[in-house]
Design a protein around this ligand. Structure first.
Ligand SMILES: Nc1ncnc2c1ncn2[C@@H]1O[C@H](COP(=O)(O)OP(=O)(O)OP(=O)(O)O)[C@@H](O)[C@H]1O
Length: 316
């Protein structure tokens, strides 16, 4: 059974905004990156999966359940970490997470135990009796993660868990998410507008742009068949580009380097022959795996920083 399955899932808000447009996908259990630029529709998708928002059209199953009619069952099995800060400042993390565990239906003692355990998993055990108002941003994010874990869910939906964190904090949060996914065997959907960031911890990726599905596949499927050859010549780059284009090889430029998808073994030889025939000084010819971010580059996305972001448009 697929973990999440949608068919033509669509969400329109008032004011003519189509936040999700005919999304059709199926993902298997694992750590799933839900990636897209700001406004791509990630939060909307998460809220529909939780049954907090009703879709305007299409179908959806989460853990085999229909959130539009079985939202209580869905929320019993799904933990949700919202994007924005929503924590009470004058309450301790222990009190807050216990309270939410109780609200999910656990008896008082079990709720307290589960809260302590969840806070231990996220590294806040020692600090759990301090008021949340005195916590750093990273600690607050961890409290949100702990409350999502407290009722022992089968699936976690994390909306931008690295928001507001510095690079070290982002790394630590991603490592934690990865550990929870692998050690506890919980499936996780982790939203991010930074593909390069989640790519390293995910087993599959759903990429959306302007509410439309760009791609949904396992990370290994996205990368294994897409090795790329990098060629650098000290001079005559234009000649080489023209020669490779004549041969029907798709070439993209990355600074001085030329990148050619390695669709078959003979591509390597064809490049070597072209360089030799043109008598160009070969500086470098090597093969490497495509980074997932490169697979999503569009003509309007340029430069290394932009290449990290998926898509480029808001939904309209
Ligand atoms: N309640 C709403 N009413 C009208 N439009 C909305 C509403 N909520 C979201 N939108 C619009 O729907 C589109 C998708 O928003 P959504 O928050 O789902 O995107 P996102 O990918 O999560 O982006 P972000 O990371 O910035 O939150 C955006 O254009 C947004 O402005």
């Amino acid at each position: 059974m697929a973990l999440i399955e949608t068919r033509a899932l669509t969400k329109r808000y008032g004011g003519g905004v189509t936040a999700l447009s005919e999304l059709t996908l199926a993902v298997e259990p694992g750590i799933i990156g839900l990636v897209g630029a700001n406004g791509a529709g990630k939060s909307t998708f998460i809220k529909i999966m939780l049954g907090l928002l009703q879709p305007s059209g299409g179908e959806l199953r989460v853990l085999g359940l229909d959130p539009t009619t079985q939202s209580v069952q869905v929320r019993q099995r799904v933990g949700y970490m919202p994007e924005h800060d929503c924590l009470p400042s004058e309450t301790s993390a222990a009190e807050y997470v216990t309270h939410l565990a109780r609200m999910s239906g656990l008896p008082a003692n079990a709720a307290r135990e589960r809260a302590s355990e969840a806070l231990r998993h996220v590294g806040l055990y020692e600090e759990r009796y301090r008021q949340i108002g005195g916590y750093s941003t990273g600690m607050k994010q961890r409290v949100k993660l702990a409350q999502a874990l407290a009722h022992d869910p089968d699936l976690l939906l994390l909306d931008e868990p690295t928001n507001g964190l510095d690079p070290a904090g982002r790394d630590a949060m991603l490592e934690l998410v990865h550990r929870i996914g692998t050690e506890f065997g919980i499936s996780i959907v982790v939203c991010s507008h930074l593909l390069g960031e989640v790519e390293r911890i995910c087993t599959s990726l759903i990429a959306i742009d302007g509410g439309k599905l760009l791609r949904s596949a396992t990370v290994s499927d996205m990368t294994t068949s897409r090795d790329v050859l990098t060629v650098e010549v000290s001079e005559g780059v234009e000649q080489l580009v023209a020669r490779l284009a004549e041969q029907g090889l798709p070439v993209t430029r990355d600074g001085h380097a030329l990148m050619v998808p390695m669709d078959s073994d003979e591509v390597y030889d064809r490049i070597l022959i072209a360089v030799a025939e043109l008598d160009l000084p070969l500086h470098r010819l090597d093969q490497r795996r495509h980074r997932v971010a490169e697979l999503f580059q569009t003509p309007s996305v340029t430069g290394p920083a932009a290449a990290q972001e998926v898509g480029h448009g808001a939904a309209n």
